[in-house]
Design a protein around this ligand. Structure first.
Ligand SMILES: [Zn+2]
Length: 448
């Protein structure tokens, strides 16, 4: 399938996605607002107005050539869960908000999570000078969207007004599918380090230069790339070389210089650091053996973020109330992609529920989830919120240390087909451009 969806931050599509999702939120009885960074927020008060809020949500922006579910599914599932909680709101010891972030992917300004970092109160002033591929700065895009850059601080939420952030998201990998499960508990969100490596040798005539006189940067780089994969596999971290360029790039010239990237991810920082230490040493050895010069420049470093242990417990217990295969012992897995929870973890506890996606395919028009899997996810989410007190869910503490006897809500028997059909009704135009390469994102910022 060609094409796919493109919704970028502060674009016309951003206005349209906010308008459409706001109309669904209003239909569900939520009060809606757009915060100072462009995030759409719908709020349902608890048993009294002004209580701290449990935030449920995900993002509505997309990569170029996206499928339908990465992001929007989590927003729509949150809406459905709130819809089901609504009749019980007079018992709720917290408010519930659906948040629809707008820059998780970083497709327009080269780096993601702007909107969730704004909510976490971690906006950095140097981000204003980021530009899109038309040369428009983030500051100018804010103004043309109708937002006031001087008020960005107003998007920040105080830790005491939030009870936690819960997100349902497609897995974007195959652990669930291979285990035959629909749902999984996310233990952490990968930490990521990205590097640009430059290998320098010497350009010479391809015909006249004997092997023992060559300093071939490309053959050296090839050995390095194979070593990156070997070390990654052995140490169980994820290492990818996704970009490579050789110069001068002529058929009959030995390559003088090769520039390639490494994207290195792991569920925790310690194994990632250990893997990088070994890789770095090995790559320098390989360079030396061929008389090549190797320089390494890091352009992204984001620590791994743990999902809160109590929220993992709540999500696991909630999954166990569903009919998912093996639900009594839910699968725990880490997220190999970045998420808004990375930013939100700076202000509150985070938890994530994964939904199986077919073949692990994501960031592609073929991205797919099944309606029965989504139904199980909603059932779990609903049980997690409603069953909080029974499961010793920290979120249901009413602030005086007293657990609120909310009791488990009855799971709704009907499959929520509405969720997926809503998703498929979403607009989305064909992607007019190829994926931008990411360049020097702000430190601490990491997206998928
Ligand atoms: Zn996503």
């Amino acid at each position: 399938m060609e094409g796919g969806i493109l919704r970028t931050y502060l674009s016309e599509e951003h206005h349209r996605q906010n308008d459409l999702a706001a109309s669904w939120m209003q239909e569900a009885g939520l009060s809606t607002r757009i915060d100072a960074a462009g995030t759409l927020i719908g709020r349902m008060e608890g048993r009294e107005p002004g209580l701290p809020a449990l935030l449920l949500g995900s993002h509505l922006d997309s990569v170029p050539g996206a499928g339908r579910y990465d992001g929007p599914l989590g927003v729509i599932m949150a809406l459905e869960v709130i819809h089901r909680l609504a009749p019980h709101r007079d018992q709720l010891p917290f408010a519930v908000e659906v948040v629809a972030f707008a820059d998780e992917e970083g497709s327009r300004f080269g780096s993601g999570l702007f909107t969730s970092y704004a909510m976490a109160g971690a906006w950095q002033q140097d981000w204003w000078e980021h530009t899109d591929d038309q040369g428009l700065t983030l500051r100018e895009a804010f103004e043309s969207f109708g937002l006031d850059p001087t008020r960005i601080g107003e998007a920040a939420r105080a830790p005491e007004e939030i009870r936690g952030y819960l997100e349902a998201h497609i897995e974007q990998s195959t652990q669930l599918e291979e285990a035959g499960r629909a749902l999984g508990v996310v233990t952490s969100i990968v930490g990521e380090r990205c590097f640009t490596l430059t290998v320098t040798g010497e350009a010479r005539h391809a015909g006249g230069t004997a092997y023992h006189h060559r300093r071939d940067a490309l053959v050296g780089a090839a050995e390095m790339i194979a070593a990156v994969e070997e070390i990654g596999r052995r140490r169980e971290v994820v290492a990818t070389v996704g970009q490579i360029e050789a110069a001068p790039g002529a058929v009959n010239v030995i390559p003088r210089e090769v520039v390639f990237s490494i994207d290195l991810r792991a569920p925790a920082d310690a194994p990632r650091e250990a893997a990088w230490e070994e890789m770095s040493a090995r790559l320098h050895e390989l360079a030396e053996a061929r008389g090549l010069r190797l320089t390494v420049e890091e352009f992204l470093r984001a620590p791994a973020v743990e999902c809160s242990a109590p929220l993992q417990k709540v999500i696991a217990a909630a999954i166990s109330t569903t009919d998912d295969a093996g639900a009594e012992d839910p699968l725990h897995t880490y997220s190999r992609a970045g998420h808004d929870g990375v930013a939100m973890s700076e202000v509150t506890e985070i938890g994530m529920l994964f939904i199986r996606c077919t073949g692990g395919i994501s960031h592609h028009p073929d991205e797919h989830v099944t309606a029965p899997d989504v139904a199980l996810g909603i059932q779990a989410f609903e049980a997690g919120l409603g069953a909080g007190p029974q499961l010793k869910m920290g979120l249901a503490d009413n602030g005086s240390g007293q657990r609120v006897q909310l009791g488990r809500l009855r799971p709704s028997p009907r499959p929520p087909d509405r969720s997926t059909s809503r998703t498929s009704r979403r607009g989305g135009r064909s992607c007019p451009r190829s994926a931008r390469s990411r360049t020097a994102p702000p430190s601490g910022s990491g997206s998928t």
